[in-house]
Ligand binder design. Structure first.
Ligand code: SF4
Ligand code: FES
Length: 219
């Protein structure tokens, strides 16, 4: 089970939730709204220094889902985007953005989400989320797709829910209308995808069953 340690910071208008183990220091928050998100200060999140709207807009750009918020001023919370997208990061995780339902296992209810960074190197200690272990494990993958092996597919109706199921000792099954953006600028469309999370598939981002031969172990 992933570690779900959450810290909370609040002003009169908004509460910011920070799920520490899911932050991989992508720094979107620090760069976009440094008066609120400043890792040189304590506390590092100071929501009284900007409007709730600016803070909410900034949090929507956190690609990992480490940041969330609850509006205290009656304004609506974060909505799912119009389409579900998965971005393959060169040498890094899958960033998935959409109307997500993540099956957690262990008797936990599914996690409703809009943003998540999914481990694809196999080394994260916080699976299914990325924890930056790809850096120390030396994971190297350009995040491209061999279009000779994988047809792009046809554009799908936008939206709808995406269900994410990490399978024991195997891939992540993603079901629902999904647009996949490769690191080299290609777009693929899938209504179901089995994504490699052991780091060893020769057909990344998709599983090719190599997890069986390399003895991949994951809950
Ligand atoms: S944008 Fe999200 S992942 Fe990046 S540093 Fe901020 S909290 Fe961490
Ligand atoms: S999970 Fe990597 S090949 Fe199946």
């Amino acid at each position: 089970m992933p570690n779900r340690l959450i810290r909370r910071y609040e002003s009169d208008a908004i509460e910011v939730q920070y799920e520490i183990p899911r932050c991989i220091h992508a720094a979107e928050c620090v760069q976009r709204l440094n008066e609120v998100f400043d890792n040189q200060k304590r506390p590092w999140v100071q929501p009284e220094h900007a409007s709730a709207d600016s803070i909410a807009q900034t949090i929507h750009h956190c690609p990992t889902g480490a940041l969330h918020y609850t509006r205290k001023d009656g304004a609506p919370g974060e909505a799912a985007p119009e389409k579900n997208t998965l971005r393959i990061v060169e040498n890094g995780p899958h960033y998935i953005h959409g109307d997500l339902q993540l099956v957690m296992g262990g008797g936990e209810p599914p996690l409703r989400e809009t943003r998540a960074a999914l481990c694809r190197c196999g080394a994260s200690k916080n699976k299914p989320f990325c924890d930056n272990s790809h850096i120390n494990s030396g994971f190297a993958d350009p995040g491209a797709v061999d279009l000779a092996q994988e047809a792009p597919g046809e554009p799908l109706a936008p939206g709808g829910q995406i269900t994410i199921v990490p399978h024991t000792n195997g891939p992540v099954q993603v079901t629902g209308n999904l647009e996949i953006h490769t690191a080299d600028g290609q777009t693929l469309y899938r209504s179901e995808a089995w994504l490699c999370r052991c780091g060893h598939s020769k057909n990344k981002p998709f599983c090719d069953s190599t997890h069986e031969t390399v003895g991949f172990v994951a809950e």
